[in-house]
Design a binder for this molecule. Structure first.
Ligand code: C2E
Ligand code: CA
Ligand code: CA
Ligand code: CA
Length: 278
């Protein structure tokens, strides 16, 4: 009996070791990567499709591993959000934007810099203090900052989120609703959160032109944005036909592979100088 119990205990111990150890190793590895500055910003241009000029960019996180491999947010963002690492990572990302593109933004006061936040950022005021500490007295002004909030995931406390958004707006920061038409929020988010800009999801842009319902949906988003006095940006634009259709529908800002993919700071600065020269 004791041999049996001993064996059972051994199996339990091995089970615990296997289930616990890999996860904690993964977490240690993640914390090390944060400390070593492996999470870096890439920049994707946002274009004015009426004038062909640059409006600014969206900052998209990448994990640059020590071996040079570049990992996309799809591989780590859910983990970072679930473990709360995302707060430190977002702070670090914002600090890096000041170092990398501060000069470009100082020279171009009308450029906007879009930062992705997640629902957890709207559950307390820390994000306000971070924005103040990082961008206050920096070469990037509050008026140049846009924060993007996705409607893909639910907000737990809408009235608190509304207060935080209002406080950001009082500073001059603008708020964009990302992935519009794909998530929980929809019209309720637009109304309750006091959004300044809506971003039309790639899903609708993909089939614009050859799909009547997508065209109708984009058309009504433009009308909605106009009537509510909000800006509008199309994302995931890949073809000249899509750009043409968007122009016809009255959309003036777009981003997507057709213009440029997300890129490191030095390439983005070159891109900006080239576009502004032409
Ligand atoms: P998102 O905010 O909707 O960002 C747009 C995504 O579409 C980016 O993917 C971008 O690289 C990609 N994209 C842009 N144009 C095109 C196009 O023409 N065609 C195609 N096929 N894709 C295009 P990425 O960089 O992999 O980011 C994925 C998502 O990860 C983002 O979706 C965003 O929700 C999240 N994310 C990225 N960076 C951050 C961050 O710093 N913080 C937080 N909380 N989330 C982030
Ligand atoms: Ca976004
Ligand atoms: Ca989006
Ligand atoms: Ca999207």
């Amino acid at each position: 009996v004791t041999a049996c119990a001993g064996l059972a205990l051994l199996f339990v111990a091995i089970g615990v070791w296997f289930s616990w150890r890999p996860e904690s190793e993964a977490n240690d590895e993640f914390l090390r990567a944060i400390r070593d500055g492996e999470f870096i910003p890439f920049y994707q241009p946002v274009m004015d499709i009426e004038t062909g000029r640059l409006r600014g960019c969206e900052v998209l996180m990448r994990w640059r591993r020590a071996n040079g491999q570049m990992v996309s947010p799809g591989q780590f963002m859910a983990y970072a959000e679930a473990n709360g690492h995302i707060f430190a990572m977002t702070r670090s990302l914002m600090v890096q934007t000041v170092d990398e593109v501060g000069t470009l933004y100082k020279e171009n006061p009308d450029f906007k810099l879009s930062i992705n936040l997640f629902a957890g950022h709207f559950m307390n005021r820390d994000i306000i203090n971070d924005i103040k500490a990082i961008y206050g007295n920096s070469d990037i002004s509050f008026q140049q900052i846009v924060v993007e909030v996705t409607e893909r995931y639910p907000m737990e406390d809408m009235s608190l989120a509304r207060k935080i958004i209002a406080e950001m707006q009082a500073m001059g920061v603008r708020v964009a609703l990302d992935d519009v038409g794909t998530g929980h929020g929809g019209m309720a988010y637009l109304q309750k959160l006091g959004i300044d800009i809506i971003k039309i999801d790639k899903m609708f842009i993909d089939s614009i032109g050859d799909d009547d319902s997508s065209t109708t949906i984009v058309d009504s988003m433009v009308e909605l944005a106009d009537n509510l006095g909000m800006g509008i940006i199309a994302e995931g634009v890949e073809t000249p036909e899509q750009v043409e259709r968007l122009r016809e529908l009255g959309v003036t800002a777009a981003q997507g592979y057709y213009f440029a993919k997300p890129m490191p700071a030095n390439e983005f600065i070159e891109y900006a100088e080239k576009v502004e020269r032409d």
